[in-house]
Design a protein around this ligand. Structure first.
Ligand code: GMP
Length: 287
């Protein structure tokens, strides 16, 4: 069953080789743009873009606010590859498929992935429009046996039991705080724990209260699966959440989570996040 759903090493290699044959750019950094954050990909210079449907073995993006393009180009002079649109469990894809781009990035020669997402704020100090550097995650679907590494392990990608206590690179988190301070983001930048759920329904009030008690600062439907697969194949991971809405904790509240608000908030911070990411990319060292 699993071997039918995972994209094999050979297929990932085929895709990577196909992409390498279409462009002379050799990116060391890949960026995944979350809901409403696709603008980052538009700021790439000398860009070459591929629609997901034209890339062999690539899944298709079905969510409004996700363009469905893989863009190669330069961010502040550094070659990068950027996913404008990602894949989510709630789109109905097998979990092994939504994370295949990480393995394709690895085979392209990428060293670091930057994962961005839109998320609901659980921490009471967080406001809409704040940015949270992810320092750790809670993989709720994983508790129920839904992990992207389930199935036979291909050692060519990585080990059977990868460590996750260092999933979110400490140096890159430091760099983000430093760059954020320089850019004047100090007031709205935090570091916290991201919890992933399957979606697509947003959380109930009781669920939000529970997640906060469990130690989660933000909640969303993405990123964690990609981070796990990226770490498994030895990529460095940096991830951030844009707090696009506040989780509803109160039965008297009139607030309701909705995707339009998520997209709208994404637009408001889009340029600032693009500067944060591009400045980080410029300052990154690769061995
Ligand atoms: O608007 C839904 C999209 O944004 C999904 O892809 C989620 O990953 C993310 N998102 C934004 N706000 C929330 C939220 O409050 N809860 C959850 N579960 N996902 C959110």
């Amino acid at each position: 069953m699993y071997s039918q759903t995972a994209i094999s090493y050979e297929k990932c290699k085929e895709t990577a080789d196909w992409l390498l044959a279409q462009t002379t750019l050799r990116p060391l950094v890949a960026v995944v743009c979350g809901s409403g954050l696709g603008g980052l990909g538009d700021s790439l210079k000398d860009a070459v873009a591929f629609n997901y449907q034209d890339i062999p073995n690539f899944p298709q993006s079905t969510v409004h606010g996700h363009a469905g393009r893989l863009v190669f180009g330069k961010l502040k002079g550094r070659p990068c590859v950027c996913m404008q649109g990602r894949f989510h469990l709630y789109e109905g894809y097998p979990i092994q498929k939504i994370t295949a781009p990480m393995r394709i990035f690895k085979l392209l020669g990428v060293k670091t992935v930057i994962l961005t997402n839109a998320a609901g704020g659980l921490n009471e100090k967080y406001k809409v429009g704040d940015v949270m550097i992810i320092k750790d995650h809670i993989n709720m679907p994983g508790f129920a046996g839904c992990n992207p590494l389930m199935g036979p392990n291909d050692e060519r990608f990585g080990t059977r039991f990868p460590c996750m206590s260092d999933a979110y690179d400490r140096e890159l988190r430091q760099l983000a705080r430093h760059v954020g301070d320089e850019l004047g983001f100090g007031d709205f930048m935090h570091e916290g724990v991201y919890c992933v759920l399957g979606g697509p329904s947003f959380e109930t009030i009781a669920e939000c209260r529970m997640l906060r008690r469990l130690g989660a600062d933000a909640v969303g439907m993405s990123t964690v699966h990609e981070a796990i697969v990226a770490r498994h194949c030895g990529l460095r991971v940096f991830a951030l959440s844009l707090i696009t809405n506040q989780a509803v904790m109160d039965y008297d509240s009139e607030e309701k989570a909705n995707h339009q608000e998520v997209l709208q908030t994404g637009k408001v911070r889009s340029e600032q996040l693009a500067s944060l990411v591009s400045t980080m990319v410029m300052s990154m060292k690769h061995d």
